[in-house]
Design a protein around this ligand. Structure first.
Ligand SMILES: NC(=O)c1ccc[n+]([C@@H]2O[C@H](COP(=O)([O-])OP(=O)(O)OC[C@H]3O[C@@H](n4cnc5c(N)ncnc54)[C@H](OP(=O)(O)O)[C@@H]3O)[C@@H](O)[C@H]2O)c1
Length: 306
């Protein structure tokens, strides 16, 4: 398993991580198999959030970790907070500290390796977040911090108030979700693709050595479904299949490899709860696509270039 230097911190994190958003649907025994399968593949990084399954995903993970063959200290465990379902966002000091405390209890661990702010809160007060982060770090409850779905200026504004470096930005990114690179490729053009929706988040992250974590790597739209084997995307599936046949892997491995080929050293958060799919998807970490193969897939996804 390839590894990445997470946020330039020296943390040797697996290039693909296990996202446990869907773990609430599993029994503890099934979840134990997923954790053991991930560990056998060399996956040492886990991503959760306080809201996954209303907290149940973290609870199942915590119970399964006790039965798994891997120890807590062999894993990097990350969670996210700041979303309050039905009410929206809350980055108050009290809420963030409670969010971490809740996750520690559900996951059954003493500390989180990293804690991310899940989605930007319009009412965020950077100084108040700084107080929360200081307390979480000095109490030993959180080792590293980051954000999710933030644009560059939001990162800068928050970072200016913090005593800790923001190391991670978790963003939706995959073959069918490429807004963060499309506009850059259409710079100096007049077409719709030249519109910059989110800021230069990839360039920003590379300059500041923040790791981008790609969430929902196989989804298209906003949780519309996955593009793998989807008849809505015949050209893309055919192009992935050609490469998959050549490299003796599955299409899903090609979809993983396509993200990892980007020089930003993106970490891919895999969401499958099926050990067979997990192995197939993670195999993409051992595939190196050529520049032409990368562009061929980009075109097959329906993109054009000036
Ligand atoms: N920061 C954020 O705002 C945010 C938002 C959403 C998600 N996330 C994170 O990203 C992680 C991944 O998200 P996701 O679950 O949407 O990602 P995903 O891996 O793109 O999609 C998972 C879905 O695809 C199916 N699938 C995966 N591999 C497959 C394969 N080889 N063949 C057939 N079906 C396959 C899975 O079904 P099977 O289980 O049957 O394989 C599951 O239904 C989450 O767990 C969470 O940690 C973060």
């Amino acid at each position: 398993m390839k590894t990445i230097n997470l946020g330039n911190s020296g943390i040797d994190a697996s290039a693909v991580a296990l996202g446990i958003m869907r773990m609430d649907a599993l029994s503890v025994d099934q979840a134990t198999k997923v954790i053991d399968s991930a560990a056998a593949l060399g996956i040492n990084y886990v991503d959760s959030a306080d809201i996954y399954g209303g907290g149940q995903s973290s609870t199942i993970f915590g119970a399964a970790l006790k039965k798994a063959s891997v120890n807590r200290d062999q894993l990097y465990i990350q969670s996210k907070g700041g979303i309050v379902p039905g009410k929206r966002y809350d980055f108050s000091k009290q809420h963030l500290i409670e969010a971490v405390n809740g996750e520690l209890e559900r996951l059954g661990v003493d500390y989180l390796d990293s804690f991310l702010l899940h989605r930007p809160d319009a009412l965020m007060e950077p100084e108040e977040i700084a107080e929360a982060f200081d307390e979480l770090q000095t109490s030993g409850k959180v080792r590293h911090f980051g954000v999710s779905n933030f644009n560059p200026l939001q990162v800068d504004m928050l970072q200016a108030a913090l005593n800790q470096r923001l190391m991670i930005n978790q963003l939706q990114f995959g073959i069918m979700h490429t807004g963060a690179i499309d506009f850059g490729l259409h710079t100096n053009m007049h077409d719709d693709r030249s519109i910059n929706h989110d800021g230069e988040i990839i360039e920003y992250s590379r300059l500041h050595k923040m790791t981008i974590q790609a969430w929902s790597p196989y989804q298209y739209g906003n949780f519309a479904g996955i593009f793998l084997d989807n008849p809505k995307f015949p050209e893309l599936n055919a192009a992935m299949q050609t490469l998959a046949d050549e490299k003796h892997v599955t299409k899903s491995a090609i979809a993983t490899a396509w993200i990892l080929r980007h020089p930003a050293h993106i970490q891919v958060i895999l969401g499958t709860m099926n050990p067979t799919h997990l192995a197939e998807n993670a195999a993409g970490a051992d595939i190196d696509l050529t520049r032409q193969e990368w562009y061929d897939i980009y075109f097959a996804a329906g993109n054009d270039l000036p």
